[in-house]
Design a protein around this ligand. Structure first.
Ligand SMILES: Cc1cc2nc3c(=O)[nH]c(=O)nc-3n(C[C@H](O)[C@H](O)[C@H](O)COP(=O)(O)O)c2cc1C
Length: 316
């Protein structure tokens, strides 16, 4: 396919595997997606510098196709990771949770593309004004950090496209090629999928995590932590404890402590899917199997072609 994003990044399909802490923090998943013609994304979020450097080397040995590194800019070690990304001449940076301005000039120098993750029009406009090359725009259905205002992907993405001229990679709630077609029809230049790629053999999370997400239906996730930095995850014991604290209007300190005590690491690494943060999107309910990422890519491409043919048939 030929879109502004496939041309900009040199990829075959307008399909991006979303950066997911732990799940895509090793080489296997991004390498498989990039080798299948999509954009694989290594999530640097939970990694220390030395671990990041060795994993990046592994990824570069496993694929000669374009790939990206996702870096949450708020993390304490972000500058060190960015230095390593610069030195390694990473071709695509996908930055979240922080301003891009300070970092853009030197990544420009090495010809890297800088893509900023946003979930509101306000942040989309700011990122465009700062000079980023493209946006990832996610809406309310998304796993991880959807917009706190809970506006859906359909509306969030369309609103951003009304006001922003740079290319948009849209996501949140998409798990098959039909969803990809829908967001391309809306005006996006590529689509990013997280939860779908979480349920692959290559994703590096505990088996309990994959099983719990696989069992979930479309209404089994919730926005958890409305009074903090909310996440979308499974409605487990941790989520219920947070809802209970919200109902009784628990003091701020107590609420924050409860929210921070539970971590993604606890669920993803240790397999505690009751009390950990099991980040996943509503599209968990659209996925019925854990499969190799290359097979998932093939299905996405086939379904996208079916969806496009169906729509072309409507005009015949
Ligand atoms: C387990 C998990 C971990 C995530 N970690 C990150 C992360 O480290 N950085 C980031 O920018 N987004 C992260 N996200 C959000 C995804 O990049 C993506 O926006 C989201 O999964 C898209 O929605 P979907 O799950 O409905 O496809 C995470 C999502 C999940 C499900």
């Amino acid at each position: 396919m030929n879109t502004r994003i496939t041309r900009m990044l040199g990829i075959q399909h307008p399909i991006v595997q979303a950066g997911m802490s732990w799940a895509s923090s090793s080489a296997a998943l991004p390498a498989a997606v990039s080798n299948a013609g999509g954009l694989g994304v290594l999530a640097a979020g939970p990694m220390y510098l030395s671990q990041f450097q060795s994993t990046l080397t592994e990824l570069r040995q496993a694929t000669d196709r374009p790939y990206a590194v996702n870096i949450p800019l708020y993390r304490p070690e972000a500058d060190l990771i960015l230095d390593a990304m610069f030195e390694a001449r990473v071709p695509v940076v996908i930055a979240s949770q922080g301003g891009p301005k300070a970092h853009l000039p030197r990544f420009r120098e090495i010809g890297a593309k800088w893509i900023q993750v946003v979930s509101t029009l306000e942040h989309a406009k700011k990122a465009e004004a700062a000079g980023v090359d493209a946006l990832v725009v996610v809406g309310g259905e998304a796993g991880g950090h959807p917009p706190a205002n809970e506006v859906s992907t359909l509306v969030t993405v369309r609103r951003v496209l009304q006001e922003v001229a740079i290319p948009v990679i849209a996501g949140g709630g998409v798990a098959d090629g039909f969803g990809i077609a829908a967001l391309l029809a809306l005006g996006a230049d590529a689509v990013q999928l997280g939860t779908r790629f979480l349920l692959t053999t290559e994703a590096t999370v505990h088996a309990n995590y994959k099983d719990a997400v696989l069992r979930a239906d479309v209404a089994d996730t919730a926005l958890v932590g409305r009074r903090s930095l909310p996440i979308r995850g499974l409605r487990n014991a941790f989520a219920e404890a947070i809802f209970e604290a919200e109902r009784r209007n628990a003091p701020r300190d107590e609420y924050e402590a409860l929210f921070k005590k539970s971590t993604l690491r606890q669920a993803a690494l240790e397999g505690d899917v009751a009390w950990g943060k099991v980040e996943a999107g509503q599209s968990a309910g659209l996925v019925q199997s854990i499969r190799p990422a290359a097979e998932v890519m093939q299905s996405l491409v086939d379904e996208l072609a079916q969806a496009m043919a169906r729509m072309q048939g409507m005009t015949a």
